[in-house]
Every structure is written in C-alpha cells, then in structure tokens.
Design a protein around this ligand. Structure first.
Ligand code: AMP
Length: 474
C-alpha cells in the first residue's frame, strides 16, 4: 500500500460551541478535500471522534454534531490520490499512548514518512493506516522523545516535507506548521476565543476575524487561558540550515478559495493580477473572454480588465458533480466533464473566444472542454493559462499525477496546443506569475513549474514507498 498523499483542509477551536463551529469551518474548507471528513472533540479529560468517507454534509448530521458536543474540537477534510482513498485513512487520526489520548489532523505530505515508518516497523510497531500522518503519533510515543523537555517541538524536527497540523489533547488544541510554511495555516478569533484554519474563508463562515498566519516553524497552543506561541526551529537553526519560506504558489494559482487570505494576502486579488499579467504577456485578437468555471474565473476577469475584451459567461457549471480530476478512468472523467460544464451556445457561437483557466495538468479534461466549446459553435479558441506549464510532480501535498502523465513534462507548447485542438495556446511565464505575488519571489515553492524543490527528495523515500507497494502485490 503506497502512503497516501494529502491535499486537505484543517480546522481547530476552543469555544463553547466548538463542534458546531468546526462543522461550519470544515464545510467552508470543502474545496480542499471531498473524500472524507471528520471531527474530533474533547474536554479536559477525554476525546471522541466521528469521521467517514464523503462530503461534510454526508458525514455529519444534527445528531452526530450534538453527540460530539465539547469545548475543544478539530476537523479535517481529505483529498488524496485514489489509491489511498479508504475509510481507515479518514482523519483526524485518534490514538491512545502513554501520555493519554491524542487526535491529529494534517494537511501536507511528509516526504520522509516511508523511511520513518520502515524504521518503526522494523522495531515491531504496528500501523493502522496508510497515512503519512501516523508516523507523528509513533514519534510522539517514543519513550526517548517523551523524556525531552518539549516532546512535540522535539519530534517536529524529525519531519521533512509539508505539515500544517492541528492536534487535540485533553484540554488543548495545538497547531503547528512546517519550517518552510509550505501549506497555509492561519489564526482567527471569535467571541474572544481562538481558532485555526487552513484558510481564512473558514473564519468568514463562522463570523471569526482573521488574526494572523501561523508562522513557519511555529507551534500555537489554544486552551481556556488563551493562546501561546513558541518555535520549534530557532533563528540560528534557520540560518545554519538555510531554512526559508517556501509557500506553495499553487495555493494561489488554483487550490485556495478566492475569498481567502493565504500566506497573508487575498487569493482573488492575486488571480486577478495573474489575469492582467497573462493579457500583457499573451494577448489575443478576440471578441470575448470566458473562463473555465470556477478555477479560471478571477484570472479571466483580470484578462478582460487588461485587454479590454469583454468578459462573457461561456460555460455553466453544475455544482452537483464531484471533482472530475480524481475520477480513476478516462471514460468516467470525460463523461463527468460533460455533466459538469455546459457551454452557453448563444454566448460563443461564431465568436473568437479567449478561454482562461488556471492550469493544465494531464490535459485530458481541458481537451474535452475545448471540444465542447467548438461543438457549441465557437469560431476560434485562444486558450490562456494563468500559470506556467506544470512539468514536475509535487511531493508536498498537491495531488498531481506522475511525471509521465503531466502533459507538459516533455512536450513543447505547440505540441500541447495540437493535442488540445485549439487555435492558440499561451501560458503565463514563471517570472510573470511571481511578479503578481505580494511576497518576495524566493518565499515560494515553484517546484511543479520549475523543478526546484525546497527540500532535496531523498532517493530512499522512493525506495521504501516502492518496496511497500510490491509487498502488497503478493
Ligand atoms: P486537465 O486538463 O485534465 O489537466 O485538467 C485541468 C484542470 O484541473 C484545470 O481546470 C485545473 O483547475 C484543475 N486542477 C489543477 N490541479 C488540480 C489538482 N491538483 N486537483 C484537481 N484539479 C486540478
């Protein structure tokens, strides 16, 4: 069984209505994961949990939320590669060890989890899931680590890769973020109580105000006395090991909700600027600009704004079909694209159309969309992408397919244009994309576009992942 890679949403809070607010919080984070959902709640003594496969609205109802009633709660929505989409991997993970009960919810991908797990398994440890997150519990339970002055800070230094964590122990919610700050995590405040969430859109829904980011390398603790902070990576260690922020730029390009503040700045504003920059770099002679809903909408508005070409509605999107990207077979994926996106014939017929989308990954769903547009009568299709070609896999938690399946990995733009059957194709440049961010360029991980990874990927990691896969074949 290969270890699961997760692009997820997490939430945590201390509040008299903690469970209801967590339910709403993970509801607002549903775009970050639609495979499973879970909430763990607790008081000063114990923890209970409910989780299952499915959307938040399918996993929870009024009765379940009422049964979970407690002042501390954490929640999780999960989106993984299809191989590990099994109920046992739903989060929060709950365990009992020598120090008592613990629940953990994780967004990100620990690149050294297979190695750590292999070592523990050699020592006779038993794992219950195929989630990389489970190694954190084994690290915490290690007697050598428990005897450290700050066991959590100590063990977080063993983890490599991306982690935005929310942890629940009796009487406390703890949040921690990896030293590179790869995935987002922020702090909010409601009625004088504190909460944490992957994205600030979760605060909007519950009426909390955005306070700040959880800093890279920071541990934040929330309990009945308020909020405290400490760092598990010292400034000296940062300097010595050249640890710098490496925020995932794809959060701003595609993953996050446009209403959110991610890494401290607004996602819609960024995407609008990406659209402006795209129009500047890759102009088109056309009658209308349309977007692929919903991912391309903000950038399409930006493209129209800069180019002066009117924005029109070209597709209607059905919100009742799941994400097409994660459907296992190509046939099913093609079908669900048709169900999901319906071109508006009257808008596009006879028109020269600029279509804006945020990214092309495999290219297959994009080709179906372009065909649908052509069938609806579009005269010319000029496809514009508000990020550079996705050429490299992500090891830090965005679920891209393997290198071989990435259409841009070894193809030139002209070859991709032919495959997509469009009249012209233009991607935004890497520098152009970085110029739209409100932080310095070297504060971002652009590995999927540039191949430059924040952390060297240990060849051993691949070795152990592969061994595990083979083991399960027999
Ligand atoms: P495709 O043409 O099959 O490469 O699909 C491209 C579409 O997938 C774009 O509209 C993107 O918004 C969307 N997309 C990009 N990355 C992901 C991801 N990691 N998970 C799901 N959808 C994605």
């Amino acid at each position: 069984m290969a270890l699961g890679k997760d692009s997820c949403g997490v939430f945590g809070i201390y509040h008299p209505d903690a469970v209801e607010l967590t339910y709403l919080g993970i509801f607002a984070l549903q775009h970050r994961g639609q495979e499973s959902a879970g909430i763990a709640s607790g008081d000063d003594d114990s923890i209970i949990c409910h989780k299952d496969m499915g959307l938040v609205s399918q996993v929870f109802n009024e009765d379940i939320v009422a049964k979970l009633k407690n002042p501390f709660a954490i929640g999780h929505v999960r989106y993984s590669t299809t191989g590990s989409s099994i109920p046992i991997n739903a989060q929060p993970l709950v365990a009992e060890y020598s120090q008592g009960q613990i629940a953990i919810a994780h967004n990100g991908n620990l690149i050294n989890a297979p190695l750590l797990r292999h070592k523990y398994e050699q020592d006779g440890h038993i794992f219950h899931t195929s989630c990389d997150t489970e190694v954190i519990i084994h690290l915490l339970a290690n007697p050598e680590h428990i005897s450290q002055p700050d066991p959590l800070a100590h063990i977080l230094n063993y983890l490599q890769g991306a982690f935005s964590l929310v942890i629940l122990i009796p009487g406390k919610v703890i949040a921690a973020r990896d030293p590179f700050g790869i995935r987002p995590l922020c702090v909010g405040q409601i009625d004088g109580y504190y909460c944490v969430a992957s994205e600030s859109c979760a605060f909007d829904v519950i009426g909390a105000k955005y306070v700040r980011e959880v800093e890279p390398g920071e541990i934040v603790e929330i309990d009945s006395k308020g909020i405290t902070s400490r760092f598990f990576v010292s400034p000296e260690q940062r300097e010595k090991e050249n640890i710098h922020p490496a925020h995932c730029i794809f959060e701003h390009v595609y993953f996050a909700n446009p209403a959110s503040y991610v890494f401290g700045f607004n996602v819609h504003t960024t995407r609008f600027k990406l659209g402006n920059q795209l129009a500047k770099e890759k102009p088109a002679d056309a009658d209308i600009v349309i977007s692929v809903p919903d991912s391309g909408r903000c950038a399409a508005l930006g493209y129209s704004d800069y180019s002066g070409i009117p924005y029109a509605r070209g597709f209607v999107r059905s919100h009742y079909v799941g994400r097409t990207f994660i459907q296992p077979s190509q046939n099913v994926r093609d079908l669900s694209v048709k169900m999901k996106l319906n071109p508006i014939r009257d808008s596009v017929v006879g028109q020269r159309v600029v279509v804006v989308d945020d990214s092309i990954v495999r290219g297959t769903t994009t080709r179906s969309k372009m065909r649908a547009l052509r069938d609806a009568g579009a005269r010319e299709i000029h496809l514009r992408i508000s990020s550079p070609p996705v050429r490299w896999p992500c090891y830090y938690g965005v679920d891209f397919p393997t290198t071989g399946e990435l259409i841009a990995h070894d193809r030139r733009v002209e070859e991709i244009r032919c495959f997509l059957e469009v009249d012209s194709l233009g991607y935004l440049s890497l520098d152009g994309m970085l110029s739209c961010m409100e932080l310095p360029s070297d504060h971002f991980c652009t590995a999927c576009f540039s191949g430059k990874y924040a952390l060297p990927v240990d060849p051993q990691v691949g070795k152990f992942a592969l061994e595990r896969k083979q083991m399960h074949l027999f």
